[in-house]
Design a protein around this ligand. Structure first.
Ligand code: HEC
Length: 147
């Protein structure tokens, strides 16, 4: 399990990219097409998380505004809805040796549930509430696959 690290460390997006790169490196197609839809989905979700974090106040630099955070949370929810299609439980565990079938089965619902809560919180605009909901996305949503 060493290859899949907790995505709570996404506070350091680059560290997460390095950690998750381990998982990508294990897939049979590594060295194949540069960008798979699966890898693309992860890039987009990381970008969304980064925008929301910036709004929540932990991003440093130019903070995203509320509308940007809401748009990013909406995009994250869209991608969450595609997790089951991108990582079919019958297939994904054989492609990604660190994923169990149970992880893959639980992950899409956990992503959707936490991303939905995040989206509604961004509408309210309370930065610290958004930070809490973002932590749940990372811990329970991303964390369903990345631990
Ligand atoms: C359904 C399981 C699953 C969920 C949920 C999930 N990931 Fe991933 N993630 C993977 C797999 C599998 C890979 C390796 C993908 C590949 O390259 O083929 C990956 C790769 C990554 C990578 C490396 C990107 C790359 O180009 O290889 C990052 C960063 C990442 N995930 C972050 C996240 C974040 C942030 C979330 C939550 C918003 C998340 N993941 C949710 C399964 C998941």
């Amino acid at each position: 399990m060493a290859a899949i690290r907790v995505v709570a460390i996404l506070g350091l997006a680059t560290a997460a990219l390095a950690a998750c790169g381990d998982m990508a490196a294990q897939r049979p197609s590594a060295g194949g097409p540069a960008v798979t839809p699966q890898a693309e989905s992860m890039k987009r979700m990381v970008a969304d998380v980064t925008v929301v974090r910036s709004f929540a106040g932990a991003g440093g630099g130019d903070a995203a505004d509320r509308a940007q955070a809401e748009a990013a949370a909406a995009d994250l929810l869209d991608w969450s809805g595609r997790m089951a299609e991108l990582f079919p439980p019958a297939v994904a565990p054989s492609l990604y040796p660190d994923m169990t079938e149970q992880m893959v089965r639980n992950a899409p619902a956990a992503m959707r549930r936490t991303a939905e809560a995040l989206l509604s919180t961004t509408r309210g605009g309370d930065r610290s509430a958004v930070a809490d909901r973002l932590a749940s996305v990372e811990r329970e949503g991303c964390g369903a696959c990345h631990r």
